[in-house]
Design a binder for this molecule. Structure first.
Ligand SMILES: [Mg+2]
Length: 222
């Protein structure tokens, strides 16, 4: 990265995610209220607030991005024990593992982060596309990242594709019947509502895009 350590850049990503999640806390809880226990907004705020609290204690100028993800995983899991907690903790741990091979946060690394996070969520949740979960945003986001890398797209173009795919995927959960978790008990009544986990995945990916693509473009413009 240019003027700051890669670890500090990554900590700004978590800060952006936290601010964006907090801004949409009520919407996320309302979405969850339609099909679950109405706590998704609160849960996600708790998780990312804990991550930022932990990162604020660390010496980011002497850390690697992989270590930031590892710290984030532990903090998120300690704050959110159930449901979403283990899923994002596993996602962050997988991202840490893949970054150990290349800590530069290049466009290729950014794509690898999205892929690794999705693989972690998928493995931990044992879910797939069409289950009406966060994976309905994460899986298309990963496919978009892979496709963008294959055509050698730059970071901004790649993140634009990732976000579009995630938004389309999240919106598609409206016409899905939940098969997993609490919402599955609702059956057909889960139709017509966007899955809260897919909605928060879009918020996370948008904050990642703003960190990796938009900020970097601004830096280059200076
Ligand atoms: Mg809930």
């Amino acid at each position: 990265m240019m003027s700051e350590s890669a670890a500090r850049h990554l900590s700004r990503m978590f800060h952006r995610i936290s601010v964006a999640i907090a801004a949409e806390k009520d919407r996320l809880s309302d979405l969850d209220g339609a099909i679950g226990d109405a706590d998704h907004g609160i849960t996600m705020v708790l998780g990312f607030t804990a991550v930022n609290g932990e990162l604020a204690k660390l010496d980011l100028d002497h850390m690697l991005p992989s270590e930031v993800f590892t710290s984030a995983a532990t903090a998120f899991l300690n704050a959110v024990g159930a449901s979403t907690g283990p899923l994002y903790a596993t996602a962050f741990r997988r991202a840490a593992q893949v970054l150990k091979e290349d800590e530069h946060l290049s466009a290729a690394d950014q794509a690898a982060i999205v892929e690794a996070m999705t693989a972690g969520i998928r493995e931990r949740g044992k879910g797939q596309r069409g289950d009406k979960t966060m994976l309905d945003a994460w899986i298309p986001a990963t496919e978009a990242a892979v496709t963008a890398r294959a055509r050698a797209a730059g970071s901004l173009e790649m993140w634009t594709s990732i976000l579009e795919a995630a938004e389309t995927g999240a919106n598609s959960t409206r016409s899905m019947v939940a098969t997993r978790g609490r919402a599955a008990r609702l059956g057909e009544r889960s139709l017509g509502h966007i899955d809260p986990g897919a909605a928060s995945a879009v918020i996370i990916l948008r904050a990642m895009k703003e960190t990796f693509a938009v900020d970097t473009v601004r830096e280059q413009d200076r």
